[in-house]
Write a protein that binds this ligand. Structure first.
Ligand code: NAD
Length: 253
């Protein structure tokens, strides 16, 4: 089947994707803080580069499937760290693996979030700084903000960064799409539920299907996006959120 690289492979959605692709016969290269083939801290420039170098070495420069799942939640105090991992870590690895994906005409799925369009200002200075690729400016703008102020913006900018690459990458034969889950039962969501105040905002999110998602359900759609069946999809943003986005933004698509 070839080689699949998965960030955030040690937990939650990334771990579920890893199990699924392993069962399909892929050689898996997991990247996470610990417990995977490659231990790397994607919040740092050195950690990102080391992850890229090691994965390219282990894969022989040919990657068939890439899933970028590593991320931190909006319940953390440190908003700057969330921007570093969710935006700069993801985009660095995306770009770092471009040639290796082109070598196989491979497929990539980036995990965004339905919060990317919830109360996010597309012209927010932190979003513009992220899209400029200016990490120092982004961190300066964020200052001491709680991650609740940053998480949605980091996923908004990440989704746009993917969309901006989709045309050129499509011409190279690389499939590149975003999945936008709603709240999904993983250790990250447990952290949100346990937070004394952020848990309240979770309760305010309308979910027409009246339940949180399961990692297996998100993985089902990732598996589809990684398959030949999704061949004509490029730059798509797929909401898998029990209807939340449609309820909040019925006239936007
Ligand atoms: P999780 O916490 O279970 O897994 C995230 C993984 O990312 C962990 O293994 C963690 O160690 C890794 N990670 C965090 N910081 C890292 C760093 N600096 N370097 C390397 N790895 C790091 O969370 P999850 O819910 O499975 O989240 C997976 C993705 O889905 C994330 O991008 C998240 O933002 C997104 N998402 C989750 C939900 C949800 O409700 N669970 C909803 C929408 C989007």
């Amino acid at each position: 089947m070839g080689t699949a690289v998965i960030t955030g492979a040690a937990s939650g959605i990334g771990a579920c994707v890893k199990a699924r692709l392993k069962a399909q016969g892929y050689d898996i290269i997991g990247i996470d803080l610990k417990g995977e083939a490659i231990s790397a801290d994607l919040s740092t420039v050195d950690g990102r580069q080391s992850a890229i170098d090691k994965a390219l070495d282990m894969s022989g420069g040919k990657i068939d499937r890439l899933v970028l799942a590593a991320g931190l939640g909006g319940h953390l105090e440190n908003g700057a760290l969330v921007a570093r991992v969710n935006y700069f870590g993801a985009v660095a690895l995306l770009d770092g693996f471009k040639e290796a994906l082109a070598a196989t005409k491979g497929r990539c799925v980036v995990i965004g979030s339905n919060s990317a369009q919830m109360r996010t200002d597309p012209k927010a200075p932190m979003v513009e700084a992220m899209l400029e690729g200016n990490e120092a400016k982004t961190i300066e703008i964020i200052g001491g903000f709680h991650a609740a102020m940053v998480y949605g913006h980091s996923k908004h900018a990440l989704t746009r960064a993917v969309r901006r690459r989709a045309a050129e990458w499509g011409e190279l034969g690389i499939s590149l799409n975003v999945i936008a889950p709603g709240p999904t039962e993983t250790p990250m969501l447990e952290g949100v539920k346990e937070h004394p105040t952020i848990s309240k905002s979770l309760e305010m999110i309308p979910i027409p299907q009246k339940r949180f998602g399961r990692a297996e359900e998100i993985t089902d759609i990732i598996e589809f996006l990684l398959s030949d069946t999704a061949d004509y999809m490029q730059g798509s943003v797929i909401y898998v959120d029990g209807g939340t986005d449609a309820q909040l933004r019925p006239d936007a698509f």
